[in-house]
Write a protein that binds this ligand. Structure first.
Ligand code: 48N
Length: 330
C-alpha cells in the first residue's frame, strides 16, 4: 500500500532531478559529473597522485591533536552521539555557530540505537510533530497521518550525522569514552545544588578501549575537557549506558535512580521531551538516559522523542548560558 503522502523533502528531491530537465532520463536517471565520467572507461591511463606514508600520518595526527588542543576548552560538551545527542548537536550548532561544541562518542560508530528501527527492522517511526525535525534536517519520509516513516533508520542517522559533522563549530571525538565528570563545589544559591552540591564543569575522557581495560591494566590515566555546560545523552543501556546519572548517584548528588519503567509509547515520549532538563548545575540530561533518573516509561521503537529531546536539550543549554551570563559566572 503506497504511503498516504511523501515528505516535502522527498518531493523536493524529485523536483531537483526534474529541474535537470532533458539530462534526466526515464525513471529519474541523472548524469554523473564530468570529472567522474572522464575517469570511467579510461582505467588503463588511470593512476592516483603520488604520496609518502608519513604525509598521511601527519595529515591525520596534526589535525587530531590540534582539535584536542582547541577543544580542551569547550563551550558545551555533549556525551553520546545517539539520536538525542546528534539532534542536540545539530540544533545547538545551527543556532549558535559561535559556540565551540564537542561531541564525545564511546563507539567507533556514532548513532547509538538509531541505525535500525525495532527488532533490527529497517524502518524508523516518528510520531508527529517530530516530522518538523526531519524537514529541518532534510530527511525524506512517508507521511502516514499521525506518524511518519523514514524508510531506513540509517537514512535519519546518516543525514543528521552528516549535517553535524559538516559544522565548523562541532567536533566529534568517537571511540572516546567519558569516564568521569569534572566538578566544582556549587555556589550555595545555585538552583538544584544544595549544601555539598556540585556544578559540572567538564568531562574526563579516555580512549574507549582503554576505559574497557582498567581492570586488567593499571594506571591508564584519563584526559580532560573543560566546559561550563555538559549535555548527557548516553542512553539507557549498553556498556556505558546512563553514564552520567549513575555517576551522580555514586558521587552522592542523587539519592538513587528510579530506573526505566515498562513500555508505554503514549506516555513515554511526552515525558522524555518535557522533562529534558538541567539535573545538577551544569549538567543537562536528555534522551533515554533521562528515563533512568525519572523512572519514565520506555517507548520502544519510536524515535520522535529522541529528536525533540535533543532540540529541548539545546534550548536548555542556551537558557543556562543566559542565566550564567546574568550571574556573570560563565
Ligand atoms: O541511542 P542511544 O543509546 O541513546 P539516545 O537517548 O540518544 O536514544 C535512545 C534510543 O536509541 C532508544 O533507546 C529507543 C528510542 N528505544 C527505546 C526503548 O524503549 O528501547 O545513544 C547513546 C550513545 C551511544 O552511542 C553510546 O555509545 C554513547 O551514547 N555513550 C557514551 N559515549 C561516551 N561516553 C560515555 N560514557 C557514553 N555512554 C554512552
Amino acid at each position: 500500500m503506497a504511503p498516504s503522502a511523501v515528505s516535502p523533502v522527498q518531493q523536493h528531491a524529485f523536483a531537483a532531478k526534474k529541474a535537470l530537465g532533458a539530462a534526466v532520463g526515464e525513471g529519474g536517471a541523472a548524469p554523473l559529473s564530468k570529472a567522474l565520467t572522464d575517469i570511467m572507461g579510461n582505467w588503463d591511463k588511470f593512476s592516483f597522485a603520488p604520496i609518502r606514508e608519513s604525509t598521511v600520518s601527519r595529515a591525520m595526527t596534526r589535525r587530531y591533536f590540534k582539535d584536542l588542543d582547541t577543544h580542551a576548552e569547550s563551550d558545551v560538551v555533549i556525551i553520546g552521539a545517539g539520536s538525542c545527542g546528534l539532534s542536540c548537536a545539530y540544533t545547538l550548532g545551527t543556532l549558535r555557530p559561535d559556540l565551540r561544541i564537542t561531541l564525545i562518542e564511546a563507539g567507533v560508530a556514532p548513532g547509538g540505537g538509531a541505525w535500525l528501527g525495532g527488532q533490527l527492522f529497517s524502518a524508523m517511526v516518528l510520531r508527529k510533530p517530530a516530522d518538523a525535525f526531519l524537514r529541518e534536517v532534510g530527511v525524506p519520509y512517508e507521511d502516514e497521518g499521525d506518524y511518519v516513516v523514514v524508510k531506513h533508520a540509517a537514512l535519519f542517522t546518516s543525514t543528521v550525522l552528516s549535517r553535524v559533522l559538516a559544522m565548523d563549530n562541532v567536533k566529534l571525538f568517537n571511540a572516546t569514552a567519558v569516564e568521569d565528570l569534572i566538578t566544582r563545589p556549587a555556589d550555595e544559591d545555585e538552583e538544584g545544588s544544595g549544601a555539598g552540591g556540585v556544578r559540572v564543569a567538564g568531562v574526563v575522557t579516555n580512549w574507549t578501549l582503554v576505559s574497557m581495560h582498567h581492570d586488567d591494566q593499571s594506571c591508564m590515566d584519563p584526559n580532560t575537557i573543560n566546559a561550563p555546560v555538559v549535555v548527557s545523552t548516553t542512553g539507557h543501556d549498553g556498556p556505558f549506558g546512563a553514564f552520567s546519572v549513575k555517576r551522580l548517584v555514586s558521587m552522592k548528588q542523587l539519592e538513587q535512580l528510579e530506573g526505566m519503567r515498562g513500555l508505554d509509547m503514549q506516555r513515554a515520549e511526552d515525558a522524555i521531551v518535557k522533562n529534558t532538563r538541567e539535573i545538577v548545575p551544569g549538567l543537562i540530561v536528555g534522551g533515554m538516559e533521562l528515563s533512568e533518573i525519572d523512572g519514565a516509561n520506555r517507548m520502544g521503537p519510536t524515535f520522535g522523542a529522541m529528536a525533540l529531546s535533543g532540540v529541548k536539550a539545546a534550548e536548555e543549554v542556551l537558557r543556562v548560558f543566559d542565566l550564567r551570563k546574568k550571574q556573570n559566572s560563565l
